[in-house]
Write a protein that binds this ligand. Structure first.
Ligand SMILES: Cc1cc2nc3c(=O)[nH]c(=O)nc-3n(C[C@H](O)[C@H](O)[C@H](O)COP(=O)(O)OP(=O)(O)OC[C@H]3O[C@@H](n4cnc5c(N)ncnc54)[C@H](O)[C@@H]3O)c2cc1C
Length: 524
């Protein structure tokens, strides 16, 4: 049985020795530690926080922000055991083939690995996340949930495609894997210990140590054969930038790439659709949301390529007139006075066995029979174009540990505007042609985007993966270019973000990294 070492209380001594030191015990760090341990590789897992959230540690995430307003950096990610996965919503989907492609419009290469190479790791990620493997097939998923799929819009328009996510219901990485880690003799977990800097050898080719501190004032030097940064997309860049003693501008930053191309999954609401009876209720966000499913309307890859845009989807957010809702709710009890039947008996049994499910199935579904939304607001979401000016740098101000604060500048390019606008126009054009609704369209401009956009707490980019050191920070195996024993795990390595939540791809890529590190050890 391993004990979790609290760096603040334990006698650590000035030096901690390790074979592989993983910095950060979030989705990526925990996945990697478990995989390496399964291959009998010894791991030191260093986590800044404790088992649960604590104010002073969380405050180390405070940062400065410029550009398009973004969430407070101290609250849009979490600095304790399990990391940001402690608050994640669990929506999972792997990249689509187009997401791996070069961004020719921007002169940027695509992912150095493709979907085929990643397929076995995506399959492994579904097991880790305890989700089914049919997440690519909305029809199969909807059929299994008992829905009629004849109304899927791709059956009526070659320009439209339905995309869905799957919910990982049970996985909060911290609590889920803590007992497994406690029982694992190959993992040494140390908590309340913040890595603040990496130290390179005199040639700048190897990390010889990581300097780590506690908020109580202890300093520890971690010496390891190899290091993996798994500290979350923004912090991975911060640690590299902060480690500038032997490497001006920070480690891996010879080509001035560290921190650049910060990406989110931007979303905002614009334009309305007044639905006709022909619009399938399946696409009403609330309707399927009650079944923990979703059907998002995307556009075909062919059209995306033809128009030179990135991944896009639209959700239909119902807006009801207040009086109609209250009238519908007041009508519902009448159903209880309908003559008893076997069906009613069955329903009562179901309701008693699964009150939540029954509520969703019988009440919310019924609402749709009685009430047409007045209109739908269109909610648009895209793959943000990599933008070198959307970036993480360091501010002058320092935190309690002496580390410089991060400064996040979030901004967009014309390609983002084009993607949103083309997506909206395509959806409106196709649904109008099918007689499914009338549209009141707002022109999508850069000003509108900057004014309304929100993120999804999905942080990507900043240590981009590329075979070419001039265009990225890590290579295809997530090793920092030019440094022999330093790797980066997590969505900071994503060259582009697709429009899916990043965690499934983080887990898949981390399984792949674990295989690579294990093979590397065997060779050594
Ligand atoms: C509200 C919310 C909803 C979300 N919903 C979804 C969703 O539906 N689908 C989806 O795919 N994703 C979602 N996400 C994103 C998801 O949580 C992240 O993609 C994922 O947790 C990132 O994993 P990670 O290991 O890279 O970082 P994290 O999980 O954040 O882990 C990083 C770890 O490193 C530690 N650390 C940081 N700095 C240091 C340091 N210097 N020294 C030591 N340790 C350090 C942190 O304490 C943390 O434990 C959501 C996030 C939030 C906040």
């Amino acid at each position: 049985m391993t004990t979790f070492v609290d760096a603040e209380r334990a006698e650590l001594g000035p030096v901690l020795d390790a074979d592989t030191c993983i910095v950060g015990a979030g989705a990526a760090g925990i996945t990697l530690a478990m995989d390496l341990a399964a291959r009998k590789q010894h791991v030191l897992l260093v986590e800044a926080g404790a088992e649960s959230i604590e104010g002073q540690t969380q405050n180390l995430y405070v940062g400065e922000q410029t550009g398009v307003p973004y969430y407070d950096l101290a609250s849009c990610r979490l600095r304790y055991w399990g990391g940001s996965s402690n608050h994640w919503s669990g929506y999972c989907r792997a990249n689509d083939p187009i997401d791996y492609q070069p961004r020719l419009q921007l002169g940027l290469p695509g992912w150095p690995v493709n979907g085929q190479e990643l397929a076995p790791f995506i399959a492994r990620a579904t097991k880790t996340l305890e989700i089914d493997t049919d997440f690519f097939d909305p029809a199969a998923q909807l059929r299994r949930a008992g829905f009629d799929t004849s109304q899927l819009l791709e059956k009526q328009s070659t320009a439209l495609v339905t995309k869905n996510f799957q919910l990982a219901r049970n996985i909060r990485f911290g609590p889920r894997f803590r007992p497994d880690i406690a029982a694992n003799p190959y993992i040494r977990p140390v908590e309340n210990l913040n890595v603040v800097k990496l130290v390179l050898d005199q040639h700048g080719r190897r990390v010889v140590a990581a300097e780590a501190r506690t908020l109580g004032g202890k300093t520890v030097r971690i010496v390891a054969r190899r290091f993996v940064l798994a500290a979350h997309a923004i912090e991975n860049a911060r640690l590299l930038l902060e480690s500038d003693d032997r490497s001006p501008g920070g480690i891996g930053n010879g080509a001035d790439q560290v921190g650049r191309n910060f990406m989110e999954h931007p979303q905002f609401q614009a334009s309305r659709m007044i639905p006709s009876d022909r619009f399938p209720a399946l696409y009403d966000f609330q309707y399927l949301g009650n079944f923990r499913l979703n059907a998002n309307l995307s556009i075909s890859e062919k059209l995306m390529r033809e128009r030179g845009i990135l991944s896009y989807y639209c959700r239909f957010m119902p807006v009801y007139a207040e009086e109609e809702v209250s009238r519908a709710v007041s009508r519902l009890p009448n159903r209880l006075f309908q003559p008893a039947s076997q069906g009613l008996f069955r329903d009562v049994v179901t309701a008693l066995g699964d009150p939540r499910g029954a509520f969703a199935k019988y009440v919310v579904r019924d609402m749709h029979r009685y009430v047409q939304p007045l209109y739908y607001m269109l909610e648009h979401r895209t793959d943000q174009a990599p933008n070198p000016d959307s970036r993480v740098t360091l501010a002058d101000k320092r935190d309690k540990l002496g580390q410089r604060l991060v400064r996040l500048h979030w901004d967009f390019t014309d390609l983002d505007v084009k993607t949103f606008a083309t997506g909206q126009d395509t959806v409106a054009h196709e649904l109008s042609a099918l007689g499914m609704g009338r549209f009141q369209l707002e022109p999508i401009t850069m000003d509108l985007l900057r004014d309304r956009v929100k993120g999804h707490y999905h942080h990507m980019g900043t240590t981009r993966m590329s075979d070419d050191p001039a265009q990225g920070v890590v290579d295809r195996n997530q090793k920092v270019h030019g440094v022999d024993n330093l790797w980066v795990a997590g969505s900071s390595v994503f060259p582009s973000g697709g429009y899916s939540g990043p965690t499934m791809m983080i887990v898949a890529m981390t399984h792949r990294l674990a295989d690579h590190l294990a093979t590397q050890s065997a060779a050594a």
